[in-house]
Ligand binder design. Structure first.
Ligand code: SF4
Length: 363
């Protein structure tokens, strides 16, 4: 058995499931734990972990998919930019098929827009350097995990003296929506499976305020089946004992203080702002916009464009799904009018979307 396989060992996973069942046996009201990371959502569906848990424990998905929480208005601006002459849009592949108000980047590309998939923002900087007559815009979408690499691309463009590289930034930070969801009387979350990659950057200390203000246990958890099941067991123990602490299950990667170098990059290039989240609304201080000192790289400032009037997708429940209030199967469009081949909402497009995960593994 190799190192990674040991975290997928069936007997270990089943043993953890038995321990969780013994801990929670006879409980009248199920313990509700929310994962706020799309990679956790995928792992939970892929390995069928919900089916291993007793009825006394319920897992719900939250706003952990960066593409899904990006509102239509951002897509509409990216699409409007893609229609400008001598402009190249560069993006991670997930964004291509996300529907905006009336089009998508995929449709615009089919009509002739220069839209290229890249694997790193530094690829976009290279494209800008090789094409000085073109304006190159990178779509900066993602949480604290992705944002440092985008910050690095802006610093690289500055160091190279490029004046044709821009970022359309829609980065978001995770603790703020967790606070909003913790205060929501309709949800009653008993604990958070905290994101692993985000926590590697911001550190587990970032969740302490949730425990203090909302008395909700937090466990930073890895992505393998034994990680998730152990994280659930740790949450259940805290919840049953009436405790609310931050614990690190994923100690092979995450530290209390996080990654100081990445945090330094974020502080240098970005500044917090009140960001809009799909389905959740505008949350104070929950986004990262490009700081004034780097304003020349901000596509929103440097490349003004007329953006179409915002339209939401009729019948799509993505907003409620991102708050954990409904499951994909509650959406009347799920698997019928809305499939990965023909998605109505972002949650069905992204590889980390809850609807996509349920369609692929959960039906
Ligand atoms: Fe939206 Fe489709 Fe999910 Fe329904 S199934 S909530 S339409 S993405």
């Amino acid at each position: 058995m190799n190192y990674q396989d040991s975290f997928r060992d069936k007997e270990l996973v089943q043993g953890l499931a038995r321990r969780i069942a013994e801990l929670t046996r006879g409980r009248k009201k199920p313990l509700v734990f929310m994962e706020v990371c799309g990679t956790h959502t995928m792992a939970i569906y892929q390995y069928g972990l919900r089916s291993l848990l007793p009825p006394e424990v319920k897992l719900i998905s939250g706003p952990g998919c960066p593409v899904c929480v990006t509102p239509n208005g951002y897509l509409d601006r990216a699409i409007a930019l893609s229609r400008l002459p001598d402009l190249t849009i560069t993006t991670f592949g997930d964004m291509l098929r996300v529907p905006g108000s009336s089009s998508s980047l995929m449709e615009e590309r089919a009509k002739g827009a220069d839209i290229r998939v890249v694997y790193s923002p530094l690829d976009a900087v290279r494209i800008a350097a090789a094409n000085p007559a073109k304006r190159v815009v990178f779509l900066g979408v993602g949480f604290e995990t992705t944002a440092p690499t985008v910050a690095g691309s802006i610093l690289a463009a500055k160091a190279q003296g490029l004046s044709n590289y821009f970022v359309l930034a829609s980065h978001k930070t995770m603790p703020q929506p967790m606070a909003i969801l913790s205060a929501d009387p309709d949800l009653s979350v008993d604990g958070y499976i905290c994101p692993a990659h985000v926590s590697a950057i911001i550190g587990a200390d970032a969740y302490r305020f949730l425990c203090a203000e909302y008395q909700v246990p937090c466990v930073v958890t890895g992505f393998e089946p034994t990680d998730v099941m152990q994280g659930v067991e740790m949450l259940a123990r805290q919840a049953l004992q009436g405790e609310s602490r931050v614990e690190i299950q994923y100690s092979r990667v995450v530290r209390w203080e996080g990654n100081a170098k990445a945090q330094g990059l974020l502080a240098e290039v970005f500044t917090p702002f009140d960001a809009p989240w799909r389905g959740i609304g505008v949350l104070p201080g929950s986004g990262l916009r490009i700081a004034d000192a780097y304003g020349e790289f901000d596509a929103e400032l440097a490349l003004p464009v007329q953006v179409e009037e915002l339209k939401e997708h009729q019948g799509c429940l993505c907003g409620e799904i991102l708050k954990g209030k409904v499951a994909p199967g509650d959406c009347p469009l799920f698997g019928g009018k809305c499939t990965p081949e023909s998605p109505v909402g972002a949650c069905m497009v992204s590889s980390e979307g809850t609807c996509a995960a349920a369609f692929k593994y959960g039906r």
